[in-house]
Write a protein that binds this ligand. Structure first.
Ligand code: UTP
Length: 282
């Protein structure tokens, strides 16, 4: 199965840094955000990735490519460990890139990947959502999908006051962590929201979604919304995943992820914990 990673967005919440650096390349400690989600895909059994990119996002492709000059320099200097790290990243997965010519929204970005995916089930991973979980969230969704078929999305409870920032789902819970979705709405006002369970950026989708996306008119924010196409699919389930979730699409969320992974890091952990304690004391 292939995973589509839409990375064409402008990342305005990170301006001005995103004038020159893709937000997906901003680091959590010593590796970019995008590597965390690629690692999740690989750990879930996926090794073919489709990046939906745009102008200015070339650093993402370079990161997952081989770097012969750098590798030769590290080899000549006897820096074996660094050389292994650099090579490891390039060997993580097979990457294909497709350009989204104009920013028409997440639904349009997913549709852009159609030629690389074909009429098969596939996974969509939004790199802004990083989850630290014992079983990777994509794997959790694929396991549900093996049971249910159809569309499967990751769900998380959010404060009701915040529903206008998310895609919201409603329907009967057929298990404690599984919803049979009969209602999806993008960015509803709190008073209109049918629940407080929001879609987090992980989806298992059938190839038929592309036909639905072609028919989808611009919705919330004037963008072609993936949620609007999903809402018309005949069968959809939501999985309330387990794991610690970070929205790294904004600076404070990224800092939270850095603290989470930093305080648990096998080498940097003690120094990060000491730093965090120092700031907590102030
Ligand atoms: P966001 O709504 O977070 O937009 O997109 P953004 O541009 O990335 O960030 P802000 O809001 O301006 O700070 C959600 C996901 O959809 C992708 C983004 O790259 C991100 O992964 N996307 C969005 C596209 O690939 N193309 C689009 O036209 C819109």
């Amino acid at each position: 199965m292939k995973a589509v990673l839409p990375v064409a967005g402008l990342g305005t919440r990170f301006l001005p840094v995103t004038k020159a650096v893709p937000k997906e390349m901003l680091p959590i400690l010593d590796r970019p955000c995008i590597e965390y989600v690629v690692a999740e895909a690989v750990a879930s059994g996926i090794d073919e990735l489709v990046f939906v990119t745009a102008r200015g996002k070339g650093a993402i492709e370079e990161y997952f490519d081989q770097a012969p000059a750098l590798e030769a320099t590290l080899e000549a200097a006897g820096k074996r460990e660094l050389l292994c790290e650099v090579r490891r990243v390039a060997q993580l997965a097979t990457v294909v890139s497709i350009r989204q010519a104009s920013m028409k929204g997440l639904g349009h970005a997913v549709l852009t990947a159609a030629p690389a995916v074909g009429n098969h089930d596939f996974v969509v991973i939004l790199p802004d959502d990083i989850v630290d979980a014992e079983v990777p969230v994509v794997r959790q969704l694929l396991d549900v999908h093996a049971d249910t078929g159809g569309v499967v999305v990751a769900l998380k409870e959010v404060p009701r006051a915040d529903t206008r920032r998310y895609g919201i789902c409603a329907g009967p819970m057929v298990r404690p962590d599984r919803m049979r979705i009969d209602h999806m709405v993008e960015k509803p006002r709190p008073e209109d929201a049918p629940s407080n369970l929001s879609i987090v950026g992980r989806y298992v989708l059938p190839g038929a979604i592309f036909e639905e996306l072609r028919r989808t008119e611009p919705g919330a924010g004037g963008e072609i919304q993936l949620t609007d196409a999903l809402a018309r699919m005949p069968l959809a389930h939501g999985h309330v995943f387990s794991g610690a979730h970070f929205d790294t699409g904004n600076p404070v969320g990224l800092l939270g992820a850095a603290l989470h992974f930093g305080t648990r890091h096998p080498v940097m952990g003690p120094a990060v914990r000491a730093l965090a304690a120092k700031f907590a004391a102030n």
